[in-house]
Design a protein around this ligand. Sequence first.
Ligand SMILES: [Zn+2]
Length: 417
Amino acid sequence: MIQSAEEFVALRSSEVMAEYNRSAYEKAPMQVWRDVIDKYPDCQLWVIRNKTVPLEILDTLSRSDHARIRSEIATKRKLSTELFERLAKDADVSVRRHIAINKKTPLHVLEILRQDNDADVAEAAARNIEGRKLKGGFELTYAHPGKSGAPLIFPFIGENLLINADAALPSVETLQALGDGWQAVQFGVLEGQPCEMRVWAQKTPLPEDLLIGDFRRLWGVWSAAYLAALIRARQLAAWLAQHRFCGVCGQATKMHPTEPACACPACGHKAYPRISPVCMGLILKGNKMLLARSPRFLPGVYSALAGFVEAGESAEAALRREVFEESGVRIKNIRWFGSQSWPYPHSLMLGFIADYASGELVAQEGEIEDLGWFDFDRLPALPHPASLACRMIDHVRKRQGKRRSSESAAPRRYPLE
Ligand SMILES: [Zn+2]
């Protein structure tokens, strides 16, 4: 905790890097902040950059004569709602532009800026609003169908999603043609609306005006939030379709009232949605990465190696084994990248980056059609950009790009129909 304006100024003027970083996070009482901005105007920019500075101080500084200080304030992630509103209405154009792109600007303020006289500001605000919608929330829940407003319905026949010809979800009226024999689960909240999945039996005839949704196609059409909901609904539909009867005693199961479980009323057995972990490894060797194609991939598409985790196996051991089986290569320095739920049919992709240790490339027969070490700058066609594999490849290329400080040609992407 900084105790005086002088201490803050001393911290700021220190040339030691550790001190420099510290000054961005160091807290101070309100009076110290007031003293710094009154007595040391040269330090105002550094005050704004401090992550802990109170909103009141930002409010005060937003009236500064310096355009740079006003712009910096507008890029701050968080301001008071009143300040956002005031800046959107009164500030000069460079500040309004910052407010328009700030990810924390409230939606109602962005709506004001969408009507701005400056075309750049209006366009940036519109893009920000659109981006929020795309990112927009899908929140995972589990409940029996409730009475909380009209739900958004994801209909399935068995494991197949039903959609309209325009790829939108069908209306309740359209679904009446399928009859009453469905099971339902409320599985989440999408952009504020509760989502319900309804599953009809596998052999239910498909009404004329509905289609079976092709998932890979919807990747290019639906927003990220809708896809997140679909990924969950698809896996729950498969689970319901496969657990109509108890695996222990053969009785018909019932939905458990509070847990995501198909429960057996006779013996008490509970079957939960199945999740199958898959390890994916992007293996690096100097400025090359190991990519392979499975016979199942679209023509020309290559990706990172991947395989299911076996019972009794750790994720790291599974990765070492799969990479060796598929490519003949031993790996080292395994590091975690990230994960992704993948509904084909119920996988959880676990992404790792690792380094080549030893071995010659030998493609596993039947599993791998072709594989090779690809230069970061000369990559083949890659999977869909939203896939974990593509995100890992992009991450490695970007990091490499920074090191070389040169732009390399972007690889072709998985083609969307
Ligand atoms: Zn049973």
